[in-house]
Design a protein around this ligand. Structure first.
Ligand code: G1P
Length: 277
């Protein structure tokens, strides 16, 4: 049973400057909600009730967003969120310096204790729910499992990459991992959804700086694999939006906007007209 989830949301979002001068990139709107609300909703609909968000400087808006809103109750979107928040415990901790994803995850050690936990990057959206599928794979293998997707090989050097043995449809046993490799030997990219065991902290605590001079989660998992531990990768079949850059953020707004009950119809008509010009 996975009862805890961790959301690292400490990155500075420099690719979005000046938007991120005074607001976190996780608060960028995608149709009706900030990105991180999609992440919290994914956790909630996976049946997890305890969440730790790892934040940093300029991230106060995230905490405010998940606080109770008491000014105007006549809004369905607010009511839906309040309903979820009434059933969740959300904790916050700040990463003290920018030392990478692996360093941020280390701040979850006391919260996680010895339990397995879900880790969801705060700037990625996966629809339908990816965490729930990872949880069922974890139940089966009792070993860490991470979500991946196939990407064009020329883009592989911008992602964490795995190499593995395909053991059944959409499932790999990982043989090696690389964070943003210069010469990628695979196009299977890590997409920001993981189920991990507390053992990962032993590896994170030992780790030296890797890619970009930062502590990389991928390196900790790689060392686990090289030590002979089982780590699995699930080839996710749904839509994944990595809001890490402007193009993807705009694409997410268009794609999810077109599917939306409130604004979708008008957007579709407008887009069809617009594309004719
Ligand atoms: C992080 C991870 C990387 C993963 C990516 C997914 O990188 O380090 O392994 O592929 O998230 O979004 P970042 O995008 O924070 O540079």
């Amino acid at each position: 049973m996975i009862r805890k989830a961790v959301i690292p949301a400490a990155g500075l979002g420099t690719r979005f400057l000046p938007i991120t001068k005074a607001q976190p990139k996780e608060m960028l709107p995608v149709v009706h909600k900030p990105v991180i609300q999609y992440v919290v909703e994914e956790i909630y609909s996976s049946g997890i009730k305890e969440i730790l968000v790892i934040t940093g400087k300029q991230k106060r808006a995230i905490e405010d967003h998940f606080d109770r809103y008491e000014i105007n109750k006549e809004n369905n979107y607010v009511d839906e969120l309040e309903e979820i928040l009434n059933n969740l415990d959300i904790f916050f901790i700040r990463q003290k310096e920018q030392k990478g994803l692996g360093d941020a995850v280390k701040y979850a050690e006391a919260f996680v204790e010895d339990d397995p936990f879900a880790l969801l990057l705060g700037d990625n959206i996966t629809i339908p729910n990816c965490t729930r599928i990872l949880m069922s794979i974890f139940e089966e293998f009792r070993a860490p499992v991470i979500a991946i997707e196939e990407i064009p090989i020329e883009k592989a050097r911008y992602h964490g990459i795995i190499k593995g043995e395909n053991i059944r449809d959409n499932l790999y046993r990982i043989e090696d991992m690389f964070e943003k490799p210069e010469e990628p030997g695979s196009n299977l990219a890590i997409i920001g959804r993981y189920i991990l065991t507390s053992e990962v902290f032993d590896y994170l605590n030992e780790l030296k700086e890797g890619y970009g001079g930062e502590i990389q989660l991928t390196d900790a998992l790689k060392n686990m694999v090289l030590d002979g531990k089982e780590v699995y990768a699930y080839l996710y079949q749904g839509s994944r939006f990595d809001i890490g850059n402007k193009q993807n953020w705009l694409k997410a707004n268009i794609e999810l906007g077109l599917e939306d009950d409130e604004v979708g119809k008008e957007m579709k008509e407008w887009l069809e007209e617009f594309m004719k010009l």
